[in-house]
Design a binder for this molecule. Structure first.
Ligand code: 5GP
Length: 114
């Protein structure tokens, strides 16, 4: 069996995380190395490696994650705005091979990203 990613270990409760939301398809927890006052990772429980590995059949799951992020931003009171980021592959800066979305807020973001 392939080695579990750190995020799979969080899903399986093998390592701790500050989990702020969970349902049957999604999990959200605070990033261990926050880059903004609010920095949450939203992941599918299904082990999709990256944005590039999303299948057509995952369209419903992706819609669900979109709404989870929207609702979390509201719950976290990011009324002034926020940024949603998905790093894909080596050039995208992805370091964990389990699809995840960064929800960043609580400060003004800069553009372009590095
Ligand atoms: P990526 O660079 O792949 O887009 O994002 C991976 C994110 O996962 C990074 O922001 C990193 O800080 C976070 N991260 C890595 N390991 C852990 C961990 O064990 N726990 C939590 N909560 N976040 C982690």
């Amino acid at each position: 069996m392939a080695t579990k990613t750190i995020f799979q270990k969080i899903i399986d409760r093998e390592i701790p995380a500050d989990i702020i939301y969970e349902d049957d398809r999604a999990l959200a927890f605070r990033d261990v190395s926050p880059q903004a006052p609010v920095h949450v990772l939203v992941i599918p429980k299904q082990p999709i490696r990256s944005w590039a590995d999303i299948a057509d059949a995952d369209a419903g799951l992706m819609s669900h994650l979109t709404l989870v992020i929207r609702d979390l931003a509201k719950k976290l009171e990011l009324a002034d705005g926020y940024r949603v980021v998905c790093n894909c592959g080596p050039d995208g800066g992805q370091s964990v091979d389990h699809l995840h979305f960064h929800l960043l807020g609580g400060r003004t973001m800069r553009w372009p990203p590095g």
